[in-house]
Design a protein around this ligand. Structure first.
Ligand SMILES: Cc1cc2nc3c(=O)[nH]c(=O)nc-3n(C[C@H](O)[C@H](O)[C@H](O)COP(=O)(O)O)c2cc1C
Length: 397
């Protein structure tokens, strides 16, 4: 009897616990997900030092707010204070936060997977970057996107971007690009930090595999055969800068390179005429002890400043609070991408969970802007709000 009471008490406590922030969603997702799926989503490579440092680096940066500035316009219902323009002003989103490409959404939500995520993206008027290894066909995601805009959110600024892993079979990669173009994806995000899969030891311990009925649907060929199975993915390890010319020649979509950490590579990307780069270390899942992304950002911004060809700089990795977004913008990012927070939302409550995660970050970002005395996004860039840790050797910023 005592045991039953304790169990009921625990359940009631769980039900009552409000999910106020991304870490609350993380903890709830941990309780909800199968161990193998949770480990796959949450872990990093080797000793997971980069994974940890992505978040820790944001915490090392302190804010120096400005006061007695009228920030009341943030409170109006149709406030546009957080709006940003991307890709040469061809795209506007109301809040600088984009859904990063992550694999296998049906592991978090077996019924709807990526369809739940795209519904949330449309509802929250943001961009969803769809992974090559999505568990829903890219055409179905695009259909759902259009249906949501038409039936429910005609004013949404949401867009779909397509993330490409270039595989050894170039024809195969070309077909993926063509399919994405045909069904209306608006940018091609090429992941360039995956010439080999990072060493993810938890997945090896767990002998990670997808449950029956869940597959990387975009990699199914005409004969209904999976071209290859995770983790045996034939990433093209010969991919190099010259191949960008080939990709450019087969698509007119804007190209964004995802996975840049070194300033020289940022300069090279500018030379190759891409439209954007994402400062990313793949959420600490590829090269361990790689520099954290927010620490890498300032040198990259400096490297491309003043070039005649202007590109968008985005950052991802460890963004868990509105203040992290504000710090990213202050250091020169146009917008941030979030990976795991979306997966936690999806695991906890499907479409609604992803919407909640995006809304939490938006609310936190707005409050952070107000408390820093920022009326506009430009104020975040211009108000000299950051105090960098001296150990980062950037105390002047
Ligand atoms: C479970 C998981 C799967 C991912 N799958 C992909 C992918 O398919 N393609 C890709 O370019 N990046 C992938 N990433 C990296 C994310 O796009 C992003 O860089 C990273 O998650 C950002 O860090 P965060 O999770 O701390 O927000 C994945 C990340 C995670 C956690």
């Amino acid at each position: 009897m005592q045991d039953v009471k304790e169990e009921v008490g625990k359940c009631q406590k769980k039900l009552r616990r409000a999910l106020l922030n991304i870490e609350d969603y993380h903890q709830q997702a941990k309780e909800t997900l199968q161990q193998m799926a949770y480990d796959y989503y949450s872990s990093g490579s080797d000793d997971q030092l980069t994974l940890i440092d992505n978040q820790a680096a944001f915490r090392r940066i302190k804010l120096r707010p400005k006061i007695l500035i009228d920030v009341s316009s943030h409170l109006s219902i149709d406030s546009t204070n957080c709006k940003v323009q991307l890709l040469n002003s061809t795209t506007t989103i109301p809040f600088p936060c984009i859904i990063a490409p992550t694999a296998f959404h049906r592991l978090a939500n077996s019924e709807h997977g990526e369809l739940a995520t795209v519904r949330a993206a449309v509802a929250c008027s943001t961009i969803m970057c769809v992974s090559t290894v999505a568990t829903t066909r890219m055409e179905l995601i695009a259909d759902e996107y259009r249906r949501q805009i038409k039936d429910n959110y005609p004013d949404s600024h949401s867009q779909l971007w397509y993330q490409l892993y270039v595989f050894t079979n170039r024809q195969y990669s070309q077909n993926l690009i063509k399919r994405a173009e045909k069904c209306g994806y608006k940018a091609l995000v090429i992941t360039v930090d995956a010439c080999e899969l990072g060493n993810r030891e938890l997945d090896i311990h767990n002998n990670f595999s997808l449950p029956d009925g869940i597959r990387a649907e975009n990699l199914i060929d005409d004969n209904n055969i999976l071209a290859f199975d995770y983790p045996n993915v034939p990433y093209d390890s010969s991919l190099s800068w010259k191949d960008l010319n080939w990709i450019r020649s087969i698509t007119s979509l804007p190209i964004i390179l995802k996975g840049i950490i070194h300033p020289d590579d940022a300069r090279e990307a500018v030379k190759h005429g891409v439209q954007g780069i994402i400062v990313s270390n793949h959420g600490g899942r590829q090269l361990d002890t790689c520099q954290s992304t927010i620490d890498a950002l300032p040198d990259i911004v400096k490297a491309v400043a003043g070039s005649s060809h202007q590109i968008d700089i985005y950052v991802d990795g460890g963004i868990r609070r509105g203040t992290d977004i504000l710090k990213s913008i202050a250091l020169g990012a146009k917008a941030v991408l979030i990976g795991r927070p979306v997966l936690w939302g999806l695991a906890v409550d499907g479409e609604q969970g992803v919407r909640n995660v995006l809304e939490i970050l938006k609310r936190e970002f707005r409050v952070a802007m107000m408390l820093c005395g920022c009326q506009t996004i430009d104020d975040i860039r211009n108000n000299n709000l950051l105090v960098m840790n001296k150990n980062n050797n950037r105390s002047k910023l």
